[in-house]
Ligand binder design. Structure first.
Ligand code: ADP
Length: 330
């Protein structure tokens, strides 16, 4: 039987969030209305999303020796993420310092701290330790680029389906693309990496081709409430989003990628995996916060069951070839 698990290589932070009517001006102090301290980091969010989507999920990441460690480990444990590949290193757990105003506008300072210690050796150990258990590797860009690059290369060599969410966008080594099976940027990340301004499905397809030309097998450009564009050498398709009432779009992308990865690991066809990712992304926007907003498998099933067919716009797409879609799942 093919391995059904997911290995996430990425960041773990304590998300420290203050809510106030308005954000303070430079040098100003304002009184806040509320405060939360929860698990965060793109790696941790993707791991929670994959675990909640039903995949056995390991997270290769680093936390420090401090009180935030217990908070983030409790968060991961409570969502069912395997902790065997989380290392405790000297120093402090990474922190995202977030301020949110009444309109939902926010600003964020992320301090990587322990995340900077995630090394290529740790990644190799985690690939070895989970061999035979995982079929999909999920990557993002909040840990050192050299570590992410190595993970993609070693993951591909180990036969894993490598999914990269290039967020936050930053320059990457040109030879990483050959190791990436699926890339999942949003509009602004796609634009930052490719130089193509992504404003609609046609420009998303153009950006997607940039990745394909460099060796990525499948580019999935997510467009928020406008859905996602899926591009392989064989076929381009536009998937329209599930209609929901969004209250907070934080972590929609993490829900999308985590759920997509879990579905691919379970052996789903790419099209079905995309639909599950999109349903999870839509549901994540209906609840406030990041990791607390990530939906479970039953919620995704329910949304797809009621509205599944409405997401297929098949032939419309952006006018490209219409041959069978290449599946990145192995
Ligand atoms: P990111 O959070 O990385 O910017 P997106 O906002 O593009 O990612 O969201 C990822 C996916 O989640 C989208 O492709 C879409 O399917 C779904 N999604 C996001 N926002 C909404 C929304 N407002 N309504 C419905 N679906 C959404």
């Amino acid at each position: 039987m093919a391995p059904h698990g997911v290995l996430v290589v990425g960041s773990i932070t304590a998300d420290v969030t203050a809510f106030s009517t308005r954000l303070p001006r430079r040098g100003e102090t304002v009184l806040g209305d509320d405060f939360t301290l929860v698990l965060g980091g793109k790696g941790a969010n993707q791991a929670v999303a994959a675990a909640r989507a039903g995949a056995r999920t390991w997270l290769a990441g680093c936390v420090g020796r401090d009180p935030f460690r217990d908070i983030v480990l409790d968060g991961l444990r409570s969502h069912g993420v395997e902790l065997g590949e989380v290392r405790t290193v000297e120093g402090r757990t990474g922190v995202a310092h977030i301020r949110v105003d009444a309109s939902g506008e926010n600003d964020i300072v992320i301090t990587p701290l322990a995340n900077a210690d995630l090394s290529v050796e740790m990644v190799d150990e985690s690939i070895r330790a989970t061999r035979g258990e995982v079929g999909v590797m999920l990557l993002q860009l909040e840990v050192p680029v050299a570590t992410t690059f190595h993970a993609a290369k070693a993951g591909a060599a180990a036969g894993l389906t490598v999914v990269l969410d290039p967020a936050p966008a930053q320059p990457l080594p040109a030879d990483i693309w050959q190791y990436v099976d699926v890339i999942t940027p949003n509009e602004s990340e796609a634009a930052a990496l490719t130089g193509v301004e992504v404003t609609d499905a046609a420009s998303a397809e153009q950006a997607a081709r940039w990745f394909l030309d460099r060796g990525v097998k499948h580019a999935l450009i997510t467009l928020g409430a406008a859905g996602a564009v899926s591009v392989t050498r064989e076929r381009t398709r536009l998937f329209t989003a599930y209609e929901v009432t969004a209250v907070d779009t934080t972590a929609a992308g993490d829900a999308f990628t985590g759920s997509l990865g879990a579905a691919l690991a379970a052996g789903a066809e790419m099209e079905r995996a995309i639909r599950r990712g999109m349903a999870a992304g839509a549901l994540a926007t209906t609840r406030p916060g990041a990791s607390p907003s990530l939906p479970g498998r039953a919620d995704v099933d329910a949304l797809i069951e009621t509205r599944g067919e409405s997401t297929e716009t098949g032939g419309e797409g952006t006018g490209s070839t219409d041959t069978a879609m290449e599946g990145a799942a192995r």
